[in-house]
Structure formats: structure tokens, C-alpha cells
Design a protein around this ligand. Structure first.
Ligand code: CO
Ligand code: CO
Length: 346
């Protein structure tokens, strides 16, 4: 296989969620609303992770798609990350993923075909791990490689976990560390050791399957996954959508090793800076928190963890179950009656 630094071929990463990067969101949200359909349970208006459409009283389908340019150099790893990231939105809605379609853009005349084979093999292995059947896909010839998947799952219409149901008294659990955007930008800049690349890759390729299965046993009020808009971006969607206040305890938020140092030395992704601006009016930071630490909380994540809002009295038990199953979960905040639609960082 040709030795290519895949990340050098990508101009700009995308966002992990249904809508897209913050600067495109406005356009996409202003789409003319088609016919009102009573079976549409979750649509465009709440910035949720996936669309949910009721088929019968017992079954709704969960639909999502994600694709982006390479964020790691190893094509097999890139395929795995893209798959884990795309599937995650089904888990975030409380759904069980069933089928997937590949989305491929590839410079077929200039890049070795075996690179594409490896990307597809990586994705295929993740689908297998998640028990998902690949049913097809589409490919185009494109200067810049891009890869992702459309994933369809099922959920009981009464068991949909949206990002709008958080209640005062809830505690917030996060199931993966943050800092992925700053680290993958550092990969592009050749600043990570092989060991460090391996670590951040393993965080991204970890499915949210186990976390979602554990969550299923609890009366979770809201959930989403932390992706392109970062912890505070997706948190703000939950706070605004649920019409509650949110407190995040910054010293409880797990951050990957060396993130602070690399951010200080300039590995700050454009998406992270955009996220920071995007939530400016929503987030109140401690006065003594510096700009770097504020940006880390806004860092654009790929294939991040679930952010779960659960009844305060159940939080410790859910946390214990998650940790017992090997999920790197932490309680990072709570939901309040006051400060509606705002995030207070402490
Ligand atoms: Co998504
Ligand atoms: Co999402």
C-alpha cells in the first residue's frame, strides 16, 4: 500500500451531528418545513442527534448520517472512527442500530485503491462489533477523500432519548474524555508519538454501545453524544431544548493527556474556536478560568461519549454500572431550575 499521510489530504473536518458545522446550521435550519407529519417524533427543530420516525405503535426508525475527511492517518483506523462516530447518534437516541450504508468520496486516479479497501475494512469491523448489517452505499470520485455512513436503527416510540428532557435535580454523566479535536489537530501537525496517536484513536473507535445498553436500564431523562459542537455546544442544546439550567464542574470533566499543553502551543482546531464563539452568550465561565481551558471545554470532538441526564438519586448507581462494564464515565455536572438555557461552568 502507498505510504500516504491521510490527514494531510483533508482541508477541514466536519461536525458529528445531524445538522453540521455551526456556520452551516443556520441555513439548514431555515429549510422550508414540508408537510407536518404526526409520525415524525424527532425532526430538525431540536438539534438532536438523529431523526426519529414512528412506523407503528411499537417501532420507530432512527436515521442518521455522518461523513468527514480523514482525521487519522491509518486508513483502517479512519474507517473504524467514521463508523463508531456515525453509529453513535443511534445510541444517543436510545436506539438499536440495524443497518448501514457507506458514503465514499475518493480520488481514485491519484490514491492507491488499497487505502480505500482498508477504510472500508475498518468500518466493516466496527459494524460487525455493533451487530449492524451493511446494506449498500454510494461512492464518487473526489479530490479529497471523505468517508462516513448512514445508519438506521429502531427504538420503541415511548423510549426515545432526546436532548430535550433534562429535569432540575438531574446529574450529568459523560462517558468518554474530551480533547479529541486538539489531539487530532496535533496529529496533522506531527506532534504526537505513535503511542499517543494509538490512545486517542482507541477513544474514538470505542463504540457507545455498552454505555447505551447500560443506560437502557435507567430512567434517563435526556441524552446526546458529544461530537462536533463540543461538550458545551451539545450541552447548551440540551439546556436550551430542555428549558433548564446546567452546571458543569470543570475539574470533574475528564480531559485526555497533553491536551492543555498542545492547545497552548497552537493546536487549536478552527471548529473549536467556532464552537467557543457559538456558545458565548450561553456559557458563564469562572472569572479566573483562562481562554485555553474555556476552549478545551468547547473542543470539537469526533466520536465522543454520551452525555446523559439522569435523576440525581440514580446517578451514582448508573455511574457504577457504567464503570463496571468498562466505560470511562464520570459525573460532570447537574441540571438546575435556575439559569434556564444557560451553562454555568464552575
Ligand atoms: Co451525527
Ligand atoms: Co450526535
Amino acid at each position: 500500500m502507498e505510504n500516504v499521510k491521510l490527514t494531510s489530504l483533508s482541508s477541514k473536518g466536519g461536525c458529528g451531528c445531524k445538522i453540521g458545522p455551526a456556520d452551516l446550521t443556520q441555513v439548514l435550519r431555515n429549510l422550508p418545513t414540508p408537510v407536518a407529519d404526526p409520525n415524525l417524533l424527532v425532526g430538525l427543530d431540536t438539534s438532536d442527534d438523529a431523526g426519529v420516525y414512528k412506523l407503528t405503535d411499537d417501532i420507530a426508525i432512527v436515521q442518521t448520517l455522518d461523513f468527514f475527511t480523514p482525521i487519522v492517518d491509518d486508513p483502517y483506523d479512519f474507517g473504524q472512527v467514521a463508523a463508531a462516530n456515525a453509529i453513535s447518534d443511534v445510541y444517543a437516541m436510545g436506539g438499536r442500530p440495524l443497518t448501514a450504508l457507506n458514503i465514499v468520496a475518493f480520488p481514485i486516479s491519484t490514491l492507491d485503491k488499497s487505502i480505500l479497501s482498508e477504510i472500508l475494512r475498518g468500518a466493516g469491523d466496527k459494524l460487525k462489533e455493533a451487530n449492524i448489517t451493511l446494506v449498500g452505499g454510494h461512492s464518487i470520485n473526489d479530490q479529497e477523500p471523505k468517508f462516513g455512513l448512514a445508519v438506521t436503527g429502531v427504538v420503541h416510540p415511548n423510549k426515545v432519548r432526546t436532548n430535550t428532557g433534562a429535569k432540575p435535580g438531574d446529574k450529568l454523566i459523560l462517558t468518554k474524555p474530551i480533547g479529541v479535536g486538539i489531539l487530532t489537530t496535533s496529529i496533522k501537525n506531527n506532534l504526537l508519538t505513535d503511542e499517543e496517536v494509538k490512545h486517542v484513536t482507541s477513544v474514538m473507535t470505542t463504540l457507545n454501545k455498552t454505555a447505551a445498553e447500560v443506560m437502557e436500564n435507567y430512567d434517563v431523562h435526556a441524552s446526546t453524544d458529544v461530537t462536533g459542537f463540543g461538550l458545551l455546544g451539545h450541552g447548551s442544546e440540551m439546556a436550551i431544548g430542555s428549558n433548564v439550567g446546567m452546571t458543569i464542574y470543570s475539574d470533574q470533566v475528564p480531559v485526555l493527556p497533553r491536551v492543555r499543553e498542545l492547545a497552548e502551543s497552537g493546536s487549536m482546531p478552527g471548529g473549536t474556536k467556532n464552537n467557543y464563539k457559538h456558545v458565548e452568550d450561553v456559557v458563564i465561565y469562572p472569572e479566573d478560568m483562562d481562554s485555553i481551558d474555556r476552549h478545551i471545554l468547547c473542543d470539537a470532538v469526533t466520536s465522543g461519549g454520551l452525555l446523559i441526564s439522569v435523576e440525581g438519586t440514580k446517578a451514582d448507581s448508573l455511574l457504577e454500572d457504567l464503570i463496571a462494564k468498562g466505560v470511562e464515565a464520570s459525573i460532570i455536572g447537574d441540571i438546575t431550575e435556575e439559569n434556564k438555557g444557560k451553562i454555568i461552568v464552575r
